[in-house]
Ligand binder design. Structure first.
Ligand code: NI
Length: 188
């Protein structure tokens, strides 16, 4: 159990295409999954991808049922955690969904992003077992957002250049204004 440091844009690890996990789900890998989940709950994220903690591997965790907030003790935030190793989208719907996205690596910034409403994803689970799910709604949005991280893509990359530049300028100011807090909380 450990809360890991979060890497914030424009750190280069967030722009890199992550490597697939080879050799199955080992004890060391499960430790990383556990730590990523702790980190996600600590910062009230709905999902977290390995590159966000500086590990360029195709791994993500999420929990769309978690309880959030400073008044909720970390041990009570756990809802229904899900772990995805080497996830791949095998189908996505023509129907789209718009969601106001944020990201622990782009702190303090939010924007509407349009993505397919439903996706089918195959992956390995926490126990290394091959799985396939069809996700819709928030789960589909979060999965696609986190899978983008594995390809070096941030939600701001889905916006117009004008909007992205504006958000990145605001992020720079936010990072500067909150530098002390962020360093104390192991962000940056
Ligand atoms: Ni993110």
């Amino acid at each position: 159990m450990a809360v890991l440091k979060i890497y914030v844009a424009p750190h280069p690890v967030l722009k890199k295409k992550a490597e697939p996990v080879a050799g199955g789900v080992t004890k060391d890998l499960r430790k990383l999954l556990d730590d990523m989940l702790d980190t996600m709950y600590a910062y009230d994220g709905v999902g977290l991808a390995a590159p966000q903690v500086g590990v360029s591997k195709r791994i993500l965790v999420l929990d769309i049922h978690q309880l959030k907030g400073d008044d909720v003790p970390p041990a009570e935030k756990r809802g229904e955690p899900q772990y995805f190793i080497n996830p791949e989208i095998v189908w996505s719907s023509a129907d789209l969904r718009i969601y106001n996205e944020g990201c622990l690596s782009v702190p303090g910034q939010y924007a509407d992003v349009t993505r397919p409403d439903k996706v089918r994803v195959k992956y390995l689970d926490y126990h290394g077992k091959a799985q396939e799910i069809e996700a819709d709604g928030l789960l589909a949005t979060v999965l696609q957002h986190e899978m983008d991280h594995l390809n070096g893509v941030l939600f701001v990359d889905h916006l117009s250049t004008l909007k992205r530049d504006m958000l990145m300028r605001k992020l720079k100011k936010f990072t500067k204004d909150n530098e002390e807090d962020m360093a104390k909380n192991h962000i940056l």
